[in-house]
Design a protein around this ligand. Structure first.
Ligand code: MN3
Length: 250
């Protein structure tokens, strides 16, 4: 695997950019992360969060997701969210020992810390996204997730249709999710980098166990405007073992 290039940047993003739409922020990685690094598991400690290493090579998901998209998406976009999250946490000693899941649950309608919401969301969402894809993925699920999908949606085919429809219907940038809720699974969508852990912000709160990034940066190089084709390709690389593991912990 290629080593991540450390970004040397001459400017720190202006304060106003934090509140601006994420498209602007996302295309401009901010200050080089003093806490950044390719630690295998990413995640946190009191010094900050690190970009998790991709669990496979950039080209491993081809032909479904191309290598250049993966390299930019991971090395630039996810790194930008990681740095932004660390910046948002800089003067928040009250939050420094919290896991990323706890931080996401702490993002509520009442607590509108936009830096934490956008960058923490971007950090969490992409960490999940890399993990639930695999070059050995695709096909139909087995185990507990297969039973849960049948129980909640009737059949895998019905689930796939509903999930694809949801992902296709996201207006602008956002995500579609499969979540574990109270005794059943549900599909939801969120705008920008919001996710189903956030309270009072998203329509349906639950534990995300599968998610697809439908921001154009996730597919435009290879699929251009064909989001539907990208969604079909995503199904060819879903790591159902990882989804099962998330369901077990949910
Ligand atoms: Mn993305």
């Amino acid at each position: 695997m290629k080593k991540r290039q450390f970004l040397k940047l001459t400017s720190v993003f202006a304060a106003g950019t934090v509140a601006a739409p994420m498209l602007t922020f996302c295309s401009e990685p901010n200050a080089a992360g003093e806490n950044g690094g390719d630690k295998k598991n990413g995640e946190s400690n009191s010094a900050g969060f690190t970009l998790p290493a991709l669990p496979y090579a950039f080209d491993a998901l081809e032909p479904h997701i191309d290598a250049l998209t993966m390299e930019i998406h991971h090395g630039k976009h996810h790194q930008g969210y990681t740095d932004g999250l660390n910046k948002a946490l800089k003067n928040r000693s009250d939050l420094k020992e919290k896991s990323i899941e706890s931080l996401m649950k702490a993002v509520t309608a009442a607590n509108s810390d936009i830096g934490l919401r956008n960058n923490g969301g971007g950090y969490y969402n992409h960490s999940l996204f890399w993990e639930i894809m695999s070059p050995e993925g695709g096909g139909t699920p087995g185990g507990a997730i297969a039973e849960a999908i049948d129980g909640s949606f009737g059949s895998f085919e019905a689930f796939k249709e509903k999930f694809s429809e949801a992902a296709g219907s996201v207006f602008g940038s956002g995500w579609a999710w499969l979540c574990a809720g109270e005794g059943s699974l549900f599909i939801s969508t969120t705008p920008n980098q919001d996710n189903p852990l956030m309270t009072g912000i998203v329509e349906n709160t639950g534990t995300p166990i599968l998610g697809i990034d439908v921001w154009e940066h996730a597919y435009y190089l290879n699929h251009q405007n064909e989001r539907g084709a990208y969604i079909d390709d995503f199904f060819e690389v879903i790591n159902w073992d990882a989804v099962n593991a998330r369901l077990e912990k949910a």
